[in-house]
Design a protein around this ligand. Sequence first.
Ligand code: AMP
Ligand code: ZN
Length: 140
Amino acid sequence: MNCVFCSIINRKTPAEIIYEDSLVISFLDIRPFNFGHTLVVPKHHSEDLLSVPEEYLSRLFLKVQDISGAVVRGLGAAGFNVLSNNGPAAGQTVFHCHIHIIPRFDTDPFKFKMNLKKYNDGEMRLTGDKIRLFLPPQEK
Ligand code: AMP
Ligand code: ZN
């Protein structure tokens, strides 16, 4: 398998590693939106967020929170975006699940909100129904 993130995990490809434990690794994105743009990556090769084994998930998101705080404080950012591209339609280019943390500054010339749509009458309920149909049973 030819996966650049597995290659970083296995120390075959160099990276600026920020954090590592038995389940998760985090390193700087090589082509950042802003300096400090960081990736948090489960150490299991899963193509996307939907296929990450459950035992990695809570650690992954705990570390997204910790590392986001460190990125903001370390870079003196005014805010941050957390995002994950899943599938080519969403812009995913590396098919090993990862979460982006992007430090943001008041002077940033870019926003991630564009071409927002509007629901017509009833469309919001119908859309909610489509999603609820596929949710696993609710936990207490
Ligand atoms: P995505 O487009 O959401 O799949 O994100 C993949 C990200 O991985 C991109 O932002 C790339 O800049 C980044 N990337 C690709 N190769 C490397 C690498 N060797 N080291 C660090 N980041 C990388
Ligand atoms: Zn991989």
